[in-house]
Design a protein around this ligand. Structure first.
Ligand SMILES: [Zn+2]
Length: 213
C-alpha cells in the first residue's frame, strides 16, 4: 500500500504562512506611511520629499521588524540600507487598491507592480532560499516585489477580504485581518473607540431629533 505524504507538512505550512504574513504586513506599513492621507479622523498631507517619507516610514518599519523578525532563510530583501523613497511611495500607491472592498480590487495595479519590479519566484543566496524579487533588486524594488507578491498570494487563495481598510469615519488606514473569521473593522483601538463614541452619540441624538419633528 502506497503511503502519500503531504509535502507541505514536511516543509512546514507555517513557514509559508509567516513568509506571506511578514510581507503582507510590510505592504500595510508602506501604504499607511506613504499612501494614506486620512488617518484616525485627521487629514494629513502625504509625505512628498525623501526626508518626509523616511520620517513617516522609519518608525513604522522599525516596529514591523520587531513584530516580524525575519526567519532564517526567508529570502526577503536585505533589511538594511536606505531605501529609494520615491519608488517606495509609488509602490505604496499601487499596493493600496488591494485593500479596498471588492473581489477584483487592486488586481490590475498589483499585476502591473509585479511586472514593473520584476517579481519572479527564484532561488538565490547561500544556501539557496526562495525569494520573489530579482537577485539584482535594490531594497525598494525588493520590498515592492515581496510585498506585492504576498498580497497577490492572499488574494489568489480567496482571502482578499482580509486586506481591508478602517471603517471609522475619517480614516483610510489599511490592515491585514488575521482574525479567525475576518471580522476586524478598525485600524486600531483609537478608531474603534471613536466609532463607538460616535454610535453612542447617534443613538442619543436619534430619539431627541424625532421628538422635535
Ligand atoms: Zn482607523
Amino acid at each position: 500500500m502506497a503511503v502519500t505524504i503531504d509535502v507541505w507538512r514536511i516543509t512546514g505550512q507555517s513557514q509559508i504562512d509567516s513568509y506571506v504574513g511578514r510581507w503582507a504586513e510590510l505592504a500595510v506599513v508602506l501604504v499607511n506611511a506613504l499612501a494614506v492621507d486620512h488617518a484616525q479622523g485627521r487629514t494629513r498631507p502625504l509625505p512628498a520629499t525623501a526626508p518626509e517619507r523616511l520620517a513617516a516610514l522609519e518608525p513604522a518599519l522599525a516596529d514591523w521588524r520587531e513584530r516580524h523578525p525575519r526567519a532564517p532563510g526567508d529570502g526577503g530583501p536585505p533589511d538594511t540600507g536606505p531605501p529609494d523613497t520615491g519608488r517606495l511611495a509609488e509602490a505604496a500607491m499601487a499596493l493600496r487598491p488591494a485593500f479596498l472592498a471588492g473581489p477584483y480590487a487592486g488586481v490590475a495595479e498589483l499585476n502591473a507592480l509585479l511586472v514593473r519590479h520584476g517579481a519572479v519566484p527564484n532561488l538565490h543566496g547561500e544556501p539557496p532560499v526562495l525569494a520573489f524579487h530579482a537577485v539584482e533588486a535594490d531594497v525598494a524594488g525588493a520590498m515592492a516585489a515581496d510585498a506585492g507578491t504576498a498580497l497577490a498570494m492572499v488574494i489568489g487563495v480567496g482571502q482578499g477580504e482580509r486586506l481591508a481598510s478602517c471603517q471609522a469615519t475619517g480614516c483610510e488606514m489599511v490592515f491585514f485581518d488575521v482574525t479567525r473569521n475576518a471580522s476586524r473593522r478598525f485600524c486600531g483601538l483609537a478608531c474603534q473607540n471613536r466609532a463607538k463614541a460616535a454610535a453612542y452619540r447617534a443613538r442619543r441624538a436619534g430619539p431627541a431629533k424625532k421628538s422635535t419633528t
